[in-house]
Design a protein around this ligand. Structure first.
Ligand code: BTN
Length: 260
């Protein structure tokens, strides 16, 4: 990968403009945060060949080896309130999932809120962070990590991680996939921002593998067991617990087990 192959024939309007390609970095999310402070515009994107301290959700590390994955982050400066952030997160997950499905013909689905999975293994993770100023969103930083041509994972994650190569048996062109993904993300995010009441949730539900599953939700040391029955218009996962009550789960600090 290089900057030219990643950016030539990029069809987006704002995402990936400007685009920076860095051989090695700690975390592309951290880099975007710094660029945001320097005043870089909405759409600024950083792609790295490898990350030395890739960040996952809930303070975890994200394995980001050289040459096999797509590790990138972009900056959004939307005019929305902090409670609309969940919609952006879902829109990004939906865009990534659709692009992977179209590009590879594989049955990728979404594990709520926005892991992309194949079967019961994780293909892609998305980390959304934001900064606020007097209760308004200043910057949204979205980081996407996709296992593309990975042949083998470290033992600790081997049972729950997969790559496009492992699923299709074919090497995938990372730059072409990247451009398709960026375009789909832009389309869904733009659609959501233009019509926050719109039903990207309906599209999302069609691809959400969590629905119908028995799940265990962990928040801190609290555990909730139930069946995932729907997604609310605000992007919450709705669970029916063992006594039949409906509980709304906000994606913030939870892990949902039921798929892996
Ligand atoms: C998750 O835990 O599922 C989220 C993983 C997000 C990983 C990506 S890789 C590019 C970007 N930079 C980071 O440090 N993390 C995200």
């Amino acid at each position: 990968m290089d900057k030219l192959t990643l950016s030539e024939k990029l069809e987006t309007k704002t995402l990936g403009k400007p685009l920076m390609f860095i051989q090695e970095i700690d975390s592309t999310n951290e880099e975007i945060k710094q660029l945001a402070q320097k005043g870089y515009p909405n759409g600024t994107t950083v792609v790295a060949e490898t990350q030395s301290a890739g960040k996952g959700r809930l303070g975890r590390l994200w394995n980001s080896p050289t040459g096999t994955g797509l590790w990138f982050s972009f900056l959004l400066r939307p005019q929305i309130s902090p409670n609309q952030i969940a919609g952006i997160t879902l829109a990004v997950g939906l865009g990534v999932c659709k692009a992977i499905r179209n590009y590879t013909n594989i049955n990728a689905l979404i594990k709520w809120p926005n892991d992309i999975i194949i079967g019961n293994k994780k293909l892609c993770g998305i980390l959304t962070e934001m900064t606020t100023k007097s209760n308004e969103i200043e910057n949204v930083i979205v980081g996407v990590g996709i296992n593309v041509n990975t042949l083998k994972f470290p033992d600790e994650i081997n049972h729950k991680a997969t790559s496009l190569f492992l699923e299709t048996g074919k090497q995938v062109n990372r730059s072409d996939l990247f451009k398709n993904i960026l375009l789909e993300i832009e389309n869904y995010v733009e659609y959501y921002l233009d019509n926050p009441q719109s039903n990207i949730i309906e599209d999302y539900k069609k691809l959400c593998a969590t629905l119908g599953k028995n799940v265990t939700v962990t928040r801190g040391n609290k555990i909730l067991i139930g069946t995932a029955i729907s997604i609310s218009n605000d992007g919450d996962l709705i669970i029916k617990n063992q006594t039949g009550d409906k509980i709304y789960i906000n994606s913030g600090e939870v892990t949902v087990q039921g798929i892996y």
